[in-house]
Design a binder for this molecule. Structure first.
Ligand SMILES: [Zn+2]
Length: 344
């Protein structure tokens, strides 16, 4: 089968389409023919060698995908050939305390598609049947693949962790990103007002068109001053941050007392200096959020199928243009999700 792989760490051009062995379903596995594949920032780290995982080279990246089951292992009773599915990217033991209590994201033996194990940038993949969630016929592979990481992560962060409520104001850093556009939809459905930051003027109107109430370029505007001015000096109730660095450290000054920040990423700086005095005096809450449970992913897929959420998709590219897809994400030129489609 065709697959995108790299033989050495490096720039986007190390991604090449090559031939990999056709996957075969083990007893508890299925083979999925991929209809759409999501491209994520973490794959840039895996590709350039800065991720904190040891990986075997050559490596097929990719943690996100949706497609059709084309082979079923001998012990699999929950899926059939021809079934349409989306995949969670967490491979877990399904037997430990964390797995049994719905917290499989903390399974001590979990591994991730496209990180420790070969990923989805391919025509087909073999995965445990337990990683596959059936999707409705009304849900396209592109919408499903575009939403696993973005909408799943944003859903877990904003509903389970930060618990955004009607009438609240939310600041979303980097609102044009995949998680940002998904978070915007969740906040608007929850009845919240949304302020967003973008890194280029071209994205301002796109974010407003997507439903944001106020958007500004953080390159030309200090985000704390802008947010405090827009909220008449009150600050926001909630911050969704996937940037890290200064956005993380200074967000507490754009929050009302007892405000809460939920973080899901740190590509703009993994280690920060924090003003601890302001932090405790203002009853600030900073909370981490990672991934989503299968239960939450199932909910998100249902809400996509019934049209409650519509993912923002920047573009769909053939496997041969995976390096171009990585370049787009590196330069943050995308508004919404970048996808690969092996059939193109
Ligand atoms: Zn487990």
């Amino acid at each position: 089968m065709r697959a995108v792989m790299f033989h050495e760490y490096g720039e986007p051009n190390v991604l090449q389409v090559g031939t990999a062995d056709n996957p075969i379903a083990g007893p508890n596995e299925v083979v999925v023919e991929l209809g759409a594949i999501g491209v994520n920032h973490v794959e840039l780290d895996v590709r350039d060698g800065s991720s904190r995982f040891d990986i075997d080279l050559p490596h097929i990246p990719g943690m996100e995908g949706a497609g059709t089951v084309i082979e079923v292992g001998s012990h699999v009773t929950t899926l059939e050939i021809g079934q349409r599915v989306a995949m969670t990217y967490l491979r877990t033991c399904d037997a430990c305390v964390e797995c049994m209590s719905g917290n499989e994201i903390f399974c001590p033996t979990r591994t991730l598609l496209g990180w420790q194990i070969q990923g989805t940038y391919a025509e087909r993949i073999a995965v445990p049947a337990s990683m596959c969630l059936p999707i409705a016929d009304s849900l396209s592979f592109q919408s499903a693949a575009a939403s696993i990481v973005t909408l799943g992560s944003a859903w877990h962060a904003l509903t389970s962790r930060a618990q955004v409520k009607v009438g609240e104001t939310v600041l979303i850093h980097s609102i044009g990103s995949g998680v940002g556009t998904a978070g915007l939809q969740i906040c608007k459905k929850a009845g919240a007002r949304v302020i967003g930051t973008v890194g280029s003027d071209a994205k301002i109107q796109q974010a407003l068109d997507a439903g944001a109430d106020h958007v500004f370029n953080h390159q030309s505007h200090d985000f704390v001053e802008e947010v405090m001015a827009y909220t008449q000096g009150r600050g926001v109730d909630v911050v969704l941050d996937m940037v890290g660095g200064e956005a993380f450290a200074r967000s507490m000054f754009a929050m009302r007392p007892s405000g809460r920040l939920v973080t899901v990423g740190a590509h703009g700086g993994e280690v920060v200096e924090l003003d601890v005095i302001s932090f405790f005096r203002n009853h600030v809450t900073y909370m981490g959020s990672h991934s989503m449970s299968r239960l939450e992913l199932g909910k998100v897929l249902d809400l996509l199928a019934d049209g409650t959420f519509v993912p923002e998709i920047h573009g769909v590219y053939p496997l041969e243009e995976a390096s171009e897809a990585h370049r787009l994400l590196t330069n943050r030129e995308n508004f919404g999700k970048v996808l690969l489609d092996p059939s193109l």
